[in-house]
Design a protein around this ligand. Sequence first.
Ligand code: ZN
Length: 400
Amino acid sequence: MKKYLLPVVALLPALAAEARSPRPSRAQLQEQTIEAQAEADSLRRLSNVQSVAIDSLQSLLDNMQEQLEARTARTAAPTVEVDPEQAEADSIANLQLRLRRKQIESTFDTEGLTILDTLNSGNDALHVILYGNNTWKYVRNRAVARDSTIFEKYWDTTSLFPYRDVDIAAMPQSVVIDLIDSTKSYHYPYKGAVNPRGKYGPRRGRRHQGVDLPLKMGEPVYATFCGRVRISQYVSGYGNLIIIRHDNGLETYYGHLSERLVKPGDWVEAGHVIGKGGSTGRSTGPHLHFETRYYGQAFDPERLIDFQNGMLCRETFLLKKSFFSIYSNAGQDFEDEIANEEQDKKEEAEKAAMRYHKIRSGDTLGALAIKYGTTVSNICRLNGIKSTTILRIGRTLRVR
Ligand SMILES: [Zn+2]
């Protein structure tokens, strides 16, 4: 048994060395924590005695925490000289790095997984949860998160738009919003292509304030980030709607669900199944209507998520006021959505009705028109030819 613990012990001097090196970053330490976690995971698999591995993991976490505290104490010490200009340049460079476009995968879905244990991370706001499939996750301590004013101010579990007193004009031109970090994770709400007609933006003079993601009835819809459910109700237009407020102030909307699986006040982690796909409200076919809003102002969710591959596009988002160009409220015009879907169906039907004919010896446009129940001028229009065009044998003509 003991030999499985050796790699963990062997890792500790390396961590101590890291603590002595000049100005090691918190990110480096966190990366090592992750490595150590992976190490502990494999140990646990090897040993098959989970409790022993969990103990060693806990002692490792305790050790990391001590080092973090030591680091904090050192940083606070007046003997450490920091060039303010350099510090500012560093923090700007760091922010630019976080704002850069990248591909961030979903965290695993915890649905159906057994929780083996919850460990204290040493930080009150944070827990480490070990799952039955040998994976682990940082989870925010709900009791701590609940104290955040984000979940008190403008908090309303019945009204979709509780932000009437917010002066949007007074908002800064841009806001830096942290989407994920080592404690906050991400999961796609639904993985699939955005309906080309269901993109965010103006359509026929109206405004579509989210994206439409076609799905099959009953497919799981996931919480995008951790947060607290503000709205879970049937709303005309949206149908079964869930709104989750996240601790960075963003809200995500999930509309047209066939089932709602969470209620107002519930805490959810990224990847929790919050509802099932459906077609309730003003919708003519199963799809998820997904919105992202900040203080009630909608902006294009495709700025954050690449729905086709399910990836988050950045760690930190620079939300510019120009992204919500007009002052919107929670009202959503679903007439448009219906018109779009009807147009889609019409085009699909047209596509399905298309017929082609390969020219054989003796074919004439007149004969083809009769054969396919159409007219010569229609065939000419569909193929961009004239009635006098000579039909080349082997050429394919669209006849319907
Ligand atoms: Zn929609």
